[in-house]
Design a binder for this molecule. Structure first.
Ligand code: NAD
Length: 401
């Protein structure tokens, strides 16, 4: 590999595009590849198709300088990075078909000495499996292509900074691959680069998100126990956390997003007998959302019995966590849709979104003017100063903030 390798980035979404742009900003030629023509066309105009602070300026600059070019077809390169989606299908089974398609697409362009790095969150063993696939299709490359896995742990909204400054775990299928991958990341990562093997690196990503899921499940379980016991869970957690070695997280409406609510299943699916806590955490966090729905339904029914009319219910928040507009796997959105399907009169509020395809979104003031009941589902900062006299259910500790 010359001092400045040529790079192909397959998948130009939330991870692939910022990574491609960052690498290109170090004067490295990058060809970004995506199956969607509109993504390719947008990027080649120096524009972006996703929302991420500071990304548009960076992409505009590297495209103008001819350092980043987008295409629907891969070209020959020294380094290939794969950042395509890895959702689950059926009964929480990981779907690695996008990774397989990406590998198939780069296969004809692979040359001796090339380095292939998978960044997509992947079940343990995926990198080795893809290596075997490459060698079975191109036997002349056996032992002559390097393969590694390097997971991403960026925070949406701060991706450009974190891509450059976060530590990385880098695992090759052999030591030569690990070393080659580490040398590549040195071109653009300032964080520490930790060497490991591919299976450990794959598991590392899954474990990071499972750890968060298990800790949130503990808080969510406590919230349901405390409700039955007549104890304020927020006060309880605040007091328990005064212990110098206790740090309980905050309960909420459930767990959402495309990482924490998805990745633990990759472990459960592969190790069903052993992954008991990880499975339980997923189930508890999903159950918490059902529990919230039942609480709201019984509160609405009681209102109807007491007042002789169905209540208008303002539901505050749709996103999967505070102060973002991301609805992927959002428990709050699930709550709102289920309540609407149950014929309750819902006034959905989400200050971070102007419109939604399935229903009309209300402003905070519009909803509060009409509501008989207010339900806090997401602790957006806009909700913290709300002062209302009507019956309120708070599932995310907005009231005491
Ligand atoms: N977004 C995050 O915060 C984040 C964080 C850590 C890890 N990840 C992981 O990174 C991976 C990518 O996530 P993302 O958020 O960037 O996804 P995304 O959906 O934003 O982008 C994926 C892109 O890949 C393209 N694509 C799909 N199949 C392709 C193929 N065969 N060839 C070329 N392009 C193809 C899609 O058109 C899309 O533009 C996933 O495995 C995800 O779990 C994401």
């Amino acid at each position: 590999m010359s001092n400045k390798p040529s790079v192909v980035m397959v998948g130009l979404g939330y991870i692939g595009l910022p990574t491609a742009a960052l690498i290109a900003s170090k004067s490295i030629k990058v060809t970004g590849v995506d199956i969607h023509q509109h993504v390719v066309d947008t990027i080649n105009k120096g524009e972006i198709h996703i929302v991420e602070p500071d990304l548009d300026g960076l992409v505009h600059h590297v495209v103008k300088e001819n350092l980043l070019t987008a295409s629907t077809k891969p070209v020959e390169a020294d380094v290939y990075l794969i950042a395509v989606p890895t959702p689950f299908k059926g009964d929480h089974e990981p779907d690695i078909s996008f990774v397989e398609s990406a590998i198939k697409a780069i296969l004809p362009t692979l040359k001796e000495g090339a380095l292939v790095i998978i960044e997509s969150t992947s079940p343990v063993g995926t990198t080795e499996k893809m290596e075997q696939f490459i060698f079975s299709e191109r036997p002349e490359l056996m032992g002559k292509v390097f393969m590694a896995y390097c997971p991403e742990r960026v925070l949406p909204g701060n991706i450009i900074y974190e891509l450059e400054h976060n530590d990385r775990a880098i695992g090759g299928v052999n030591e030569a691959s690990t070393d080659k991958a580490v040398n590549f990341y040195k071109h653009f990562v300032k964080g520490e680069l930790h060497k490991t093997n591919s299976k450990t690196a794959e598991m590392c990503k899954l474990v990071e998100n499972s750890s968060r899921d298990v800790q949130i499940a503990f808080a969510n379980e406590l919230s349901m126990i405390c409700d039955e016991a007549g104890i304020n869970v927020w006060e309880l957690i605040r007091l328990a956390n005064k212990h110098p070695r206790v740090n309980i997280l905050q309960p909420g409406t459930g767990v959402g997003g495309h990482c924490i609510a998805v990745d633990p299943w990759f472990i459960v699916n592969k190790f069903p007998e052993k992954a008991k806590i990880i499975r339980a955490a997923r189930e508890i966090n999903n159950y918490k959302t059902e529990w919230v729905i039942e609480k709201i339904k019984s509160t609405a029914l009681q209102f109807e019995i007491d007042n002789g009319k169905k209540p208008l219910i303002a539901t505050m928040g749709l996103a999967f966590k505070p102060n973002i507009d991301d609805l992927r796997e959002s428990p709050a959105l699930n709550v709102v849709k289920t309540l609407m399907d149950s014929n309750l009169n819902i006034l959905p509020v989400e200050p971070n979104i102007e419109s939604y395809k399935d229903f009309e979104i209300q402003t905070v003031n519009e909803a509060l003017k009409q509501a008989d009941i207010v339900i806090y589902l997401v602790a957006h900062s806009e909700f913290i100063s709300i002062n209302t006299e009507v019956l309120t259910l708070d599932f995310c500790n907005v009231i005491n903030k």
